[in-house]
Each structure stands twice: as structure tokens, then as C-alpha cells.
Design a binder for this molecule. Structure first.
Ligand code: ATP
Ligand code: MG
Length: 411
């Protein structure tokens, strides 16, 4: 329902516009916008009066909005018509814009005009009246309601240009990409960790993903699923680096310790140690996980505590206080849910013991670790880690392979 819109106004958040980081934030967002517009060379970013606009250049506004609304730091997007700052032209544009609503029943309406350019001949009040009369005449189903109108037609007259708009489309908000540094996201194939990654990106963190893969216990499909999840995340931040860590040797060594109920604790600690090493390599300052308090045995406070001691880096858990429903809703909105629920095995689900410890004893855990050549195994895993740079325009990994799932062959 956007019709012949020729311009999109991108409104940035308060945080972006205030303070000493303003210039840097604006620059980051502008770069991100240009990157998103690359497939549409006719569409152009314009920066005027400290605002950002995209001239559609004939590209359907819906298509552009669909992509622009994922850019962190943009709070909302306003499709606008622009005209000469002349009353006749403004009225014609207003009539045209309301016409795009294709009214079928009585609809309330008001004009909200603002004269920013004081030399314009009509005051804001006068404009409200002068513009609404012809619009009301053109559409008999319209009734004025100044308190809660269905359609609020906004008019802004600036020097050399007038804007007419009525729709405000919410966008991602948050901080511009990478404006708060870099973190490693532990990305499993589950529902939670991609959502945690999205929240971290929204806070302005640049994310590098780390995935632990236990081939052949976990299939090639499971790995491709994670590549595709990283690809969805990359559509919010541009390029995303994915580290795929071979975890089979470490995982198998834990099974020999006969500490079944500590399996998850041991695995998580090893994962954290490896992620910490990768973080140092990549100059990342934190680790992000999809843990949520109480969700499973390894996510009790006590478990989290014992697990977290395996690293010196802060472990950020964006979902720690969220309900599963809420997490699922976000997963659906950001487009990771359908991938996450694909049934390919994750290395942890395979080795889940019958009764995982909810209250693991740290000393026992450390003892078990001491009796294994953990350092060497970690070193090997880091050495053999595969690095993939994932971009939003890459084809889906799952849809491009012909390999049959090996899940069923193994179990
Ligand atoms: P998720 O839905 O993200 O898998 P979960 O509720 O299933 O989370 P767990 O499987 O216990 O929880 O994992 C807790 C967190 O540990 C995950 O959110 C993720 O950050 C990390 N993690 C688990 N398995 C892996 C893996 N194979 N590779 C990388 N990170 C992992
Ligand atoms: Mg999981």
C-alpha cells in the first residue's frame, strides 16, 4: 500500500543522534545502507539536514523497506512524497497519497502540517485547513478526527522542498553495526543461539560465530544448517565469519571418563576454552551464548557458574531472562526459526546423558579434566578449525548440496 513513493526517510535512534559518537554512528549506518542498496543501483542514499533519505529511483518501495528495516540504528522508515514547496503541489500530492489507501468505508483523518521554512506563505495552522479541505472534498468517506485519526497526513515544508507522508514503518532500532566492538557467538543449530546473536548485533556488537561439529556423529547437514543460520544473521550485519571447530576427539574422550552426568558440563567448558582462544585470535572481547536460566539442566545458576569458570572473558547471555515463547517469537520474526527446527542432530543432543547434573561439582569436573590431555586436544581443535566468511547473497548451503543426510545411518 505504498504506491508511488519516491523517497524513504530513515530515522535514526536517539542514542545514535546524541553525544560524541554521532558522526561515527551516522557513517556506519550510511555504509550499511549503501551495502544493502548495492543490488539496486538506481536507488540512492541522500543525506540532508542531518537526516538520511533513500531516493527509490523507481525501485518498488516495499522491496527496499524489506531490507532497510533490518539495519540496526534505524528506528523507523517513512515513505514520503516530495514536491516543490508550493501549496498547489502539496495539495495534489496529499490527494494522491490518500488515494493510495483505496478507502472502502468511513475513515477518520487529519492533516498535521509543519512549517520549518519560515518564509513559506502559510502558517502550520493555515496549512492544516488549506490542505484538508480539498482532500475531504476528493474523498467523501473521510471524516476529520483530530485526536485519533486512522490516517494522519503529515506535511513538512522546508526550504526548497515539501514532504508529505502518513505511514511510519518500525525498523530494527538498536546500535549501528559493530559500534560496540566484537564478540564470539557460540552458534548451535538450536532455536536460542541465533536469537542471542541477533540481540547482540542489535546492541552494536560485531559477531563472529563458532560452531562445534562432531562429524561423523553429526551429519554434514547439521553443519550446513549452521552455515545457513549464519547466513540469516549476516543479512542483519553484512559479512559474518563462521569458525567450524572439529569437536569429535574431545567429545569422545569425555565419554571414556565414565562421568555421564558431567558430560554436558565438560563439553561446555571445552567449548568455552576453544572459543576463548579464537576470541583472542580475532580480538573479540566477549562470548555470547543462547543460554536461558532454568531452560535445561546445564542452565541452572550452579551449572552456569561451573561452566563459566573455564573462561576469563565475559559471557553474555542475551536470553537469560526470556521465556521460550518470547525467544521463539523473535526467531520467527528474524527468520531463523524454520531453519532451527530442522531435525539435524547437534553434537550436544547426541551425548545428552539420562540425568545431566544440575548441580555439578567444580572440583570433580576439574579432576576429570586433569586426567585428560585436554590442552593438546584443544590445541589440535583450534588448529583444525575451518573459517568461512558468510554473506547474505550466498546461496543456501542446505539447498545446494545433494548429499543425503547421514543421521539415520549412524543411529
Ligand atoms: P540452542 O537452542 O542455542 O542450542 P539450547 O537451549 O539448546 O540452546 P544448549 O544446547 O544447552 O541450549 O546450549 C547452550 C548454549 O551453548 C547454546 O545456546 C549455544 O550458545 C552453545 N552451544 C551449544 N551447542 C553448541 C555447538 N554445537 N556449537 C556452538 N555452540 C553451542
Ligand atoms: Mg542446543
Amino acid at each position: 500500500m505504498i504506491g508511488h513513493i519516491d523517497r524513504l526517510m530513515l530515522r535514526l535512534g536517539e542514542i545514535t543522534l546524541k553525544g560524541k559518537n554521532r558522526g561515527r554512528f551516522e557513517k556506519t549506518i550510511a555504509e550499511h545502507v549503501r551495502e544493502v542498496l548495492r543490488p539496486y543501483p538506481q536507488a540512492k542514499l541522500q543525506r540532508e539536514y542531518g537526516r538520511m533519505y533513500v531516493d527509490t529511483g523507481g525501485v518498488p518501495a516495499e522491496q527496499l523497506i524489506e531490507r532497510l528495516k533490518n539495519i540496526f540504528g534505524i528506528v523507523d522508515i517513512i515513505p514520503i512524497k516530495h514536491t516543490e514547496p508550493e501549496l498547489e503541489a502539496i495539495i495534489a500530492a496529499a490527494v494522491e497519497l490518500v488515494g493510495e489507501y483505496d478507502l472502502q468505508q468511513e475513515t477518520s483523518f487529519k492533516v498535521n502540517a509543519r512549517r520549518v521554512w519560515k518564509e513559506f506563505a502559510h502558517s502550520s495552522q493555515d496549512m492544516n485547513r488549506l490542505i484538508s479541505s480539498p482532500v475531504l472534498r476528493a474523498y467523501p468517506l473521510l471524516k476529520v478526527d483530530v485526536r485519533q485519526p486512522d490516517i494522519e497526513l503529515r506535511v513538512e515544508v522546508r526550504e526548497g522542498i515539501a514532504y508529505i507522508y502518513s505511514q511510519i514503518i518500525p525498523a530494527a532500532g538498536g546500535f549501528p553495526r559493530g559500534s560496540n566492538g566484537r564478540a564470539m557467538l557460540m552458534l548451535s543449530g538450536g532455536i536460542d543461539s541465533p536469537v542471542a546473536g541477533w540481540h547482540a548485533m542489535k546492541r552494536g556488537l560485531e559477531i563472529e560465530c563458532v560452531h562445534f561439529h562432531s562429524y561423523p556423529f553429526t551429519s554434514e547437514r547439521a553443519r550446513e544448517k549452521v552455515i545457513d543460520l549464519a547466513r540469516v544473521l549476516s543479512s542483519y550485519g553484512g559479512k559474518v565469519r563462521l569458525h567450524v571447530v572439529p569437536f569429535t576427539e574431545i567429545q569422545t574422550s569425555f565419554t571414556t571418563t565414565r562421568q555421564d552426568n558431567l558430560m554436558i558440563t565438560l563439553m561446555r567448558r571445552a567449548m568455552l576454552r576453544i572459543t576463548t582462544r579464537l576470541a583472542e585470535q580475532q580480538k573479540a572481547l566477549a562470548i555470547v551464548t543462547g543460554e536461558s536460566l532454568g531452560q535445561v539442566a546445564s542452565q541452572t545458576l550452579n551449572s552456569m557458574n561451573v561452566i563459566e569458570r573455564a573462561t576469563d572473558l565475559p559471557v553474555l547471555r542475551p536470553l537469560v531472562m526470556q521465556d521460550k515463547d518470547q525467544i521463539i517469537e523473535t526467531a520467527q520474526q528474524i527468520g531463523t526459526y524454520e531453519l532451527s527446527i530442522l531435525p539435524y542432530e547437534d553434537c550436544c543432543t547426541l551425548f545428552v546423558p539420562r540425568s545431566p547434573a544440575t548441580n555439578p561439582n567444580r572440583r570433580v569436573v576439574e579432576k576429570v579434566e586433569e586426567n585428560l590431555p585436554l590442552e593438546e586436544m584443544i590445541e589440535r581443535a583450534v588448529q583444525q578449525t575451518e573459517v568461512l566468511d558468510i554473506t547474505p547473497s550466498m546461496p543456501s548451503a542446505l539447498s545446494t548440496t545433494t548429499t543425503e543426510s547421514t543421521d539415520s545411518d549412524w543411529f
